[in-house]
Design a protein. Structure first.
Length: 509
């Protein structure tokens, strides 16, 4: 460890500028660690609002038994509120900026900090999307400037992204990582690129889900179900977009597009249209879902009126993937035939995400009666979902019968058009490709990438661990099929992923 690294114990006073949701949470977090905190806003009105938010949070913690009244009072005694920026930061060992996400505001503030702070004070910005290099480049001592990106709510969320620029000294980065540990957080280190780790991986995945919806790949409910039940994620992408705010996500996509270019970072037209209509999600009462009117989820198929077929033709596959399903269907009292007849109401084939179900449907000779079935697994011991894959030539009534059959068997099912990747793999594998690109380009380590997505987004496993579990060779095959079908270069496997697939290597060994 370099002798110039400032140890966490030497950071005794921290100034936090901006007392919005994030800033007030950071003040609370730092005060909990026993340090003195200067809570700074630009005027008395904002200062009063921020302190009221802080008091309310601490009072809730006392009410819930998470904090004693004595500890709360001691914390508040360590916090000094002020609307005088220069006086507030004068004695700080560390300044954390948490003001609105506008570059001109941040550049102006850091110019003030140049004049008011000690030369050895570390300057951290909590920006989630703006260029830290641009912020640092306008300062007198850029080596002491770095990103310190907390997640909301800061006292609860364990992840902190520590972002270094080409100007940041290694000592500054190491000090901030050590401080994060001292605050009982888990730091991940990343170089300064748009979106850092979490937003750079999460937001294009959310945008891809919007594209699947706008191109009628599946319903909004099935897209969300594929992510939660199929991938084991805590929330579906469209529900999450509504929670985060469609306008917020669109703004991040614009930043990513400006830095990286390409189709992967181009906002979906439906996302932009909803924002133009001011349908931002939960905060506006409506986004992809309507939060103002309590109605049952729209079901694309009327299962109540769909008849479970009395006879099903199940075309055996060489891998025996459908053997267990055949037993379940027979146990439910439904005849299972090896090939279709005039009495057959439904023909089932094994669906491969890298191949068209349509080809099998045409080979069988009953294309209007064919539905492909693909089993997914979350990899965390849960059963996952079955994907009912419907070629465009399949009759609507046939799709309804397949859905009704799945319901009778107690199977969690989603319906997807016959496009490579279907739902779960189309969503997941394109994100895996992004994660490999991060590692390939020296953006962040595999361990930090996985840790960031697990702690920042609630993933049960990180994307690179999920990739290893799926098998890099299989992921490459499906991505190549997606690319061939769409012509979209975003689905081309990055070189490092192709190399690992060929060599049989794993990313998390």
């Amino acid at each position: 460890m370099t002798s110039n690294v400032i140890q966490p114990a030497d950071i005794r006073e921290v100034a936090v500028i901006g007392l919005g949701l994030m800033g007030s949470g950071i003040v609370e977090l730092v005060a909990r660690s026993g340090r003195r905190v200067v809570a700074i806003e630009i005027n008395q009105t904002f200062l009063d609002q921020g302190m009221a938010r802080l008091h309310a949070s601490l009072d809730r913690a006392v009410t819930r038994g998470k904090l004693t009244a004595t500890a709360r009072d001691e914390m508040l005694a360590r916090i000094r509120p002020t609307d005088d920026i220069a006086a507030g930061v004068a004695g700080a060992d560390l300044v954390i900026e948490a003001i609105p996400e506008r570059m001109e505001l941040k550049r102006t503030l850091f110019a003030q900090l140049d004049e008011a702070c000690r030369a050895d004070a570390i300057l951290g910005t909590n920006t989630s999307s703006l260029s830290i290099t641009e912020i640092a480049g306008g300062t007198r001592y850029p080596a002491r400037v770095a990103g310190l990106h907390f997640f909301n709510p800061a006292p609860v969320m364990k992840l902190v992204e520590v972002i270094s620029t080409v100007l940041t000294s290694p000592e500054t980065t190491e000090t901030l990582a050590l401080l994060a540990h001292d605050l009982r957080k888990t730091p991940v280190q990343v170089s300064d690129r748009a979106g850092f780790i979490v937003n750079a991986l999460l937001v294009p995945y959310l945008n891809h889900a919007v594209r699947l919806l706008e191109t009628a790949q599946a319903t909004r409910e099935d897209i969300d179900e594929a992510a939660t039940a199929g991938l084991g994620l805590p929330m579906g992408p469209l529900t999450l977009l509504d929670l985060v705010g469609l306008d917020t996500s669109l703004a991040v996509m614009e930043v990513l597009k400006a830095e990286f270019g390409g189709t992967r970072y181009t906002p979906a037209s439906l996302l932009r249209k909803l924002c133009d209509a001011r349908l931002f999600g939960r905060k506006s009462g409506r986004g992809f879902y309507d939060y103002q009117h309590s109605t049952a989820a729209a079901e694309d198929l009327d299962l109540a009126s769909a008849l479970v077929p009395g006879e099903v033709a199940l075309i055996k596959d060489s891998g025996g993937l459908l053997d267990d399903l055949a037993s379940q269907i027979a146990a439910a009292g439904i005849s299972v035939m090896p090939k279709p007849s005039e009495e057959t109401g439904l023909v089932i084939v094994a669906a491969d995400p890298a191949r068209r179900v349509l080809d099998a449907a045409l080979a069988i000779g009953h294309p209007a009666d064919v539905v492909g079935i693909h089993f997914t697994g979350t990899g965390n011991g849960k059963p996952g979902v079955i994907e009912l894959v419907v070629p465009d030539v399949t009759a609507p009534g046939t799709a309804a019968k397949a859905r009704a059959l799945a319901a009778k068997l107690g199977l969690d099912a989603v319906t997807s058009r016959d496009r490579p990747g279907f739902l779960t793999e189309a969503l997941a594998y394109s994100q895996f490709n992004d994660a490999v690109r991060m590692f390939q380009d020296g953006y962040a380590s595999p361990a930090d990438i996985d840790t960031a997505m697990m702690l920042g987004c609630g993933y049960p496993r990180g994307p690179l661990q999920m990739l290893d579990d799926a098998g890099p060779a299989h992921v490459v095959t499906v991505l190549e099929a997606m690319h061939a079908a769409t012509g979209d270069p975003a689905f081309t496997p990055v070189p490092l992923l192709a190399e690992y697939a060929t060599a049989g290597r794993r990313f998390r060994d």
